[in-house]
Design a protein around this ligand. Sequence first.
Ligand code: UD1
Length: 372
Amino acid sequence: MEKTKKKIKIICVVGARPNFIKITPIIKEFTKHQNLITAKLIHTGQHYDSKMSKIFFDELEISQPNYNLGVGSDSHARQTAKIMEKFEPIVLKEKPNLILVVGDVNSTLACALVSAKLQVPVAHVEAGLRSFNWQMPEEINRVLTDRLSDFLFTTEESANRNLIKENIPKEKIFFIGNVMIDTLKNHLKKSQKSKILEKLKLKKRTYALLTLHRAEIVDQKENLYLIADILKLISQKIPIVFPVHPRTQQKIKEFELEEKFKMSNLIITEALGYLDFLNLQNNAKIVLTDSGGIQEETTLLKIPCLTLRQETERPVTVEVGTNIVTNLNKEKILKELNLIMKNKFKKGEIPPFWDGKAAQRIVRILIKKLKK
Ligand code: UD1
């Protein structure tokens, strides 16, 4: 009788907007190796609004998740606990050989913890990034997820160094590049068909693009107040497009700052889909952000980026790319803006392995290691 070889079973976890972008090329690569791998997709439901979830599945053509845990928004403890409670029976039923988690959101840590307790190996994609700012929920998620992981896939060399310093064995660390960049490269052409510039009546290289959603920034009234003042100054020099994250929208309302954010030359839109937003990034004169992924995307696109945070966990975007960390320092932001307006900003290079092949490397490594 012919011996049938057992396939490697992998459960991939997504929960929040940036996760969908990161998982896309990995799922695609697993599909190419269907003879060896069975992959299942679990959506925790951390993000659930159409503009935060469904639009990404549609635009990135991600297959529908096999399970949706539907946890929704809640406090950190309750959200994390709900994910864990609902994820555990699925792992027990599916008996996977590996759980793959991406990024640094609550869903990432919750599922890594469940898996480690059930002795199921964990792969963490985007391991080792450190802001060293323990006030960020993402930093807690990153450090703990890495500690629980068996395969740590890294995007930049600083991450390898951080993990070694934390005594993670070298054999577990794989420097493979950046899956978010894989997705960007695969969708850049398609994004050029977006009509968002016409819709917002904008011309290429004549506007600034702004995003803000980090809890440690937008959850404090004084920060939002200061940001509105800074935007007023910037908008006198260049129009600003601001697609607003639901958290930020909620906070502006809660702190009664809606009037303060009304100004000419500030175009406020709801959260945008992947293709429209990529098109806006690619054609911007400058991007201002507190996001992690956007620091990386602007580096790949060679668009000047000012990061409105105290530090970055992605130092390669500053050392090699087009990013500068300005915090909410008005003078610094205006100084850099002036340089950018005069085309005197640094040009930037592309970091190693940000070549669109990160997912291929991940899958090659997993097949090699898990086949044994
Ligand atoms: C989460 C991640 C953050 C990531 C971001 C990307 C954590 C701790 N944070 O932050 O790292 O950069 O996603 O977007 O995991 N909301 C909606 N609709 C949704 C989702 C959320 O309205 O579909 C609102 C809710 O009021 C919710 C708030 O946004 O309370 C915050 O959502 P949550 O998932 O807790 O964190 P994010 O700020 O989105």
